[in-house]
Design a binder for this molecule. Structure first.
Ligand SMILES: NC(=O)c1ccc[n+]([C@@H]2O[C@H](COP(=O)([O-])OP(=O)(O)OC[C@H]3O[C@@H](n4cnc5c(N)ncnc54)[C@H](OP(=O)(O)O)[C@@H]3O)[C@@H](O)[C@H]2O)c1
Length: 243
């Protein structure tokens, strides 16, 4: 039986992805900080689901990941969905720095742990959920957009490293547009909002087909295509914001 580990599956996109792997008959290991959410999720299929509560910003997270892998009995696919994001035009330092702590420090900690596991195993699929927000610096969410760009670049670097070291590791960088989850539950209106279960379907397909970079969905792929071409002198004047 195939085995997937999903970190950040207590809610949102990660949990939708976990449900799809379950339907496919995979054995899964899920994590997040909220023990109660993990316990509730496990009741769906107690024989197929293993859980481990941990915080990716803490130093013991890699050990906890290894415990989860042991409970599941291995890992073929690793998906990191954990992340936080806020609009922060007033540059509240706590928000900016906690975003860096989770999306950069915690991210790096977990990716190193997964990469190291796959290196020892000789193969594996390593996937992340970054965002289209990494395409350009967003004035209303500086730390969020910058940390997502970091994630894109980190995976580019690891792909080259894996190639240098002749490792059979596949990388998938998933970049969704706006998805209706707790992350956007801030009372603001977001355009082209997608349903988390639909996004989950795209993600599972992309990982299984070993896609390298996926923008979800096609409408956002078109937007990002043009977005990338906007020169800096024009970008700085654009009123990019949500209502
Ligand atoms: N929603 C969107 O519009 C959107 C768009 C593009 C990309 N994304 C990305 O998609 C990913 C998932 O977000 P979502 O939209 O599904 O939001 P969500 O429902 O808030 O899910 C976030 C997940 O991350 C986990 N998490 C947060 N901090 C953590 C920590 N320190 N340690 C361990 N787990 C942690 C949360 O679990 P606990 O709270 O239990 O720890 C939760 O399971 C994020 O990386 C986000 O940046 C979202």
């Amino acid at each position: 039986m195939k085995k997937a580990i999903i970190i950040g599956a207590t809610s949102g996109i990660g949990q939708e992805v976990a449900k799809i792997f379950l339907q496919k008959g995979w054995r899964i290991g899920v994590a997040g900080r909220r023990q109660s959410a993990l316990d509730t999720f496990k009741t769906i299929a107690p024989d197929q689901i293993e859980t481990e509560a941990f915080d990716i910003t803490k130093e013991d997270a890699p050990e906890k990941l290894q415990c989860l892998i042991n409970k599941v009995g291995g890992m073929d696919i690793f998906l990191l969905s954990s992340g936080i994001g806020y609009q922060n035009p007033t540059l509240n330092p706590e928000i900016e720095l906690s975003t860096v702590c989770t999306n950069v420090e915690g991210f790096t900690r977990m990716i190193i742990a997964a990469f190291t596991y796959f290196r020892q195993q000789g193969s594996g699929n390593l996937a992340i959920i970054s965002s289209i927000a990494g395409t350009k610096g967003l004035g209303v969410a500086p730390a969020y957009s910058a940390t997502k760009r970091y994630q894109n670049t980190y995976i580019d670097a690891l792909e080259q490293l894996a190639n240098l070291q002749k490792l059979n590791i596949y990388f998938t960088d998933i970049r969704p547009g706006f998805v209706a989850t707790d992350l956007l539950n801030d009372g603001k209106k977001y355009p082209l909002l997608m349903k988390a279960n639909k996004v989950g379907e795209h993600i599972v397909k992309a990982i299984i087909n070993k896609k390298r970079v996926v923008i979800i969905d096609w409408k956002y792929a078109i937007i990002v295509f043009f977005w990338r071409m906007i020169p800096r002198r024009i970008w700085k004047c654009l009123p990019v914001k949500t209502r």
